[in-house]
Design a protein around this ligand. Structure first.
Ligand SMILES: CCCCCCCCCCCCCCCCCC(=O)SCCNC(=O)CCNC(=O)[C@H](O)C(C)(C)COP(=O)(O)OP(=O)(O)OC[C@H]1O[C@@H](n2cnc3c(N)ncnc32)[C@H](O)[C@@H]1OP(=O)(O)O
Ligand SMILES: NC(=O)C1=CN([C@@H]2O[C@H](COP(=O)(O)OP(=O)(O)OC[C@H]3O[C@@H](n4cnc5c(N)ncnc54)[C@H](OP(=O)(O)O)[C@@H]3O)[C@@H](O)[C@H]2O)C=CC1
Length: 561
């Protein structure tokens, strides 16, 4: 018997529902009712919201948008751990001074009063939340957004399981104790099922029963786990996608009595419009690749020019997340009677762009390169000129010629000047990083995103503007330009006023390249050609052929005039 979730009609009018109990396709409940119900800001007014992963890339944007677009929200409880010698209070107050919060600060300078940090280490039993805090959260939380995860592709399986799966399980247990909880929104990834080519908005059967895996890994030595990891993850590329798939299954198993939404974004990139275009604060996904290309370090990478680059701006993902929280609470709330019946299934939202407004890696390459030529990064290693290829051998050739050879020369010069060589080390790290990304840039997937369209149709015109996730409106060249500028301004903290100096630096690099190429030709001439009569004859033959061709071309163009 097939274990594939297939689609059947939902009896209570909640659209089509998969046989595993999960709603897929159009959810039509409350279509008419919704228009007369609370708007998104009205819904969040007076609500207490719990957020995990608030110090991360997406969590920060979520906190900012909630405070700015839903100013009447009562309080945001952030589960944060102390890190790198900083207390969690210190981390949260540092976060709020970040440029991302400038806009909300202008409107409401006291926004920090709404933020309540709660100490929590998600990998610890009970999430290491104190009993007093558990009591407080159980009594007041209305909506939970679960963003925390390890997104590293090289994370050891045990740790990825601990954070992405066990912590999710524990958070769901905590959520069940919350007396006023109206919605639980879990952030997954569109690549949780990347072993499939077509991905519907359903929870697929897990690669292994999560509880069994948790029990087995508990007693296993780290080295044994490392050895069996490739067998366990099977046709998934890393422990990240594997554990995110298991987390979805845990959400499904534990959803009993909860109203749950699962958001599956594809590759989350810099912001499209809000709070500022191009906001980004990390090297993850394509951002590190763009920066390495902009600095002239990355010259080649394996990617398929014609494959869809399923990037989605972070502000669109967060708008969809907030709208899904509202929709789950307002339209999919279980009545007291329903709580004891078959649970209403979690609604899955594939938050992707490829099926609606596709853009390809080849086009990304073109726009990234031209953007960095117009707005160069400071102190580039070489002029930006990266090419992507799907050919393995070609890529290896360019790695040798354009990465390793210049790195060797540069390190040699550093050694001569008494400095520590560093370029080869940088390239080794870069090769490791891009090696982990190639799986995603060399193929494409097809995601069904009908729930995203359904959700959009449920918003009032005002909410559709404030919480815009209509990916059809994305103008890719403009978005990529802002993305590249964003990496310069917000990741590398470079000043835009330095662009003329950066351009001057690129001109200097171009002159160095011309000089180097000229010296190389002279060197080849002296060493190989000038010493051999035959090579000289061939050389003279080629030069005279070129000369004749040029003269003929000039003569024929004079006649036609
Ligand atoms: C123009 C060309 C056009 C090209 C087009 C092709 C582009 C293809 C892009 C494909 C993207 C596909 C992404 C797929 C995403 C799946 C979506 C998700 O669900 S999940 C989301 C996706 N998840 C991810 O993307 C996670 C992927 N990242 C990882 O797994 C790890 O970071 C690692 C294994 C790559 C490096 O580990 P490790 O060696 O231990 O190093 P650390 O981590 O400790 O960092 C050390 C330092 O390096 C820095 N830095 C980091 N990365 C890069 C970079 N790429 N580069 C440069 N630098 C980078 C980092 O900031 C740090 O700096 P500092 O603090 O020391 O100053
Ligand atoms: N970025 C992307 O391209 C995509 C992301 N996603 C999903 O979105 C979510 C957010 O991703 P993103 O913001 O990019 O990730 P980040 O790595 O930027 O943020 C991860 C967050 O999780 C927190 N966290 C990690 N470990 C612990 C722990 N042990 N205890 C408490 N908190 C912890 C981090 O806190 P701390 O600051 O203390 O480390 C941080 O706030 C994830 O679920 C991810 O799977 C999905 C698709 C794409």
């Amino acid at each position: 018997m097939s274990t594939e979730p297939s689609v059947e009609r939902d009896l209570d009018g909640l659209g089509e529902q998969a046989t595993d109990g999960h709603t897929r396709l159009t959810d039509i409940s409350g279509v008419t009712e919704g228009r007369s119900m609370a708007s998104i800001p009205e819904y969040y007014a007076g609500k207490n919201v719990l957020i995990t992963g608030a110090t991360g890339f997406m969590g920060k944007v979520l906190v900012e948008k909630l405070l700015r677009a839903c100013p009447e929200v009562r309080a945001l409880y952030l589960l944060v751990r102390p890190k790198a010698g900083q207390s969690m209070e210190q981390r949260v107050s540092d976060m709020m001074t970040c440029k991302l919060f400038d806009r909300v600060r202008e409107v409401n300078p006291d926004f920090h009063l709404k933020i309540i940090p709660i100490s929590s280490e998600l990998t610890q039993p009970g999430l290491a939340i104190s009993p007093e805090d558990v009591e407080k959260l159980s009594a007041c939380i209305n909506v939970v957004f679960h963003c925390a995860a390890t997104i590293r592709f090289d994370e050891p399986l045990k740790h990825a399981l601990q954070l992405n799966v066990i912590a999710t399980q524990q958070l769901l247990s905590l959520a069940k104790q919350m007396q006023h909880l109206e919605a639980f929104v879990h952030i997954s990834t569109a690549y949780a099922n990347c072993n499939r080519k077509h991905i519907d908005e359903v929870i697929y059967p897990p690669p292994v029963e999560p509880k069994k895996l948790i029990d087995s890994l508990e007693w296993m030595d780290d080295s044994i786990v490392r050895d069996i990891t490739p067998r366990l993850i099977g046709d998934r590329p890393n422990t990240y996608t594997y554990t995110k798939a298991l987390a979805e299954c845990v959400v499904q198993q534990e959803q009993d009595k909860l109203n749950i939404a699962i958001i599956r974004p594809s590759i989350v990139g810099a912001s499209w419009q809000e709070p500022v275009p191009g906001w980004i604060d990390n090297f993850n996904g394509p951002s590190g690749v763009f920066i390495a290309a902009g600095k002239g370090i990355l010259r080649t990478m394996r990617a398929n020019n014609d494959a869809v680059a399923d990037l989605v701006p972070v502000d669109m993902v967060i708008n969809l997340t907030l709208a899904a929280g509202w929709y789950t609470a307002v339209h999919r709330r279980k009545t007291e009677k329903q709580k004891d019946e078959r649970p209403k299934s979690a609604l899955v939202y594939n938050c992707t762009t490829g099926g609606i407004n596709p853009f390809h890696w080849g086009q990304i390459e073109h726009h990234v390169m031209s953007s960095f030529k117009r707005n160069p990064l400071e102190q580039a290693f070489r002029r930006p000129n990266a090419n992507i290829t799907s050919n393995y051998l070609m890529n290896q050739y360019w790695i040798l010629v354009s990465h390793k050879f210049p790195a060797l020369i540069y390190d040699f010069v550093l050694r001569l000047s008494g400095q520590k060589p560093q370029m080869m080390r940088i390239f080794n790290r870069l090769h490791k990083a891009i090696g982990l990304l190639e799986y995603f840039s060399s193929q494409d997937w097809e995601w069904n995103s009908e729930n995203m369209s359904m959700l959009m149709s449920q918003l009032t015109p005002e909410d559709r503007r404030t919480f815009n996730f209509d990916v059809r409106q994305l103008n890719w060249p403009e978005y990529i330009e802002n993305y590249c500028i964003g990496t310069k301004k917000y990741v590398l903290n470079e000043d835009m006023s330095d662009i003329p100096a950066a351009r001057q630096h690129l001109r200097k690099l171009r002159n160095i390249r011309y000089t180097f190429n000229t010296l190389l030709v002279v060197f080849i001439w002296r060493v190989f050609i000038a010493r051999s009569q035959m090579a000289r004859n061939i050389w003279y033959f080629v030069v005279s052929l070129c000369f004749k061709f040029l003269s003929y071309f000039r003569a024929s163009s004079t006649i036609t005039k």
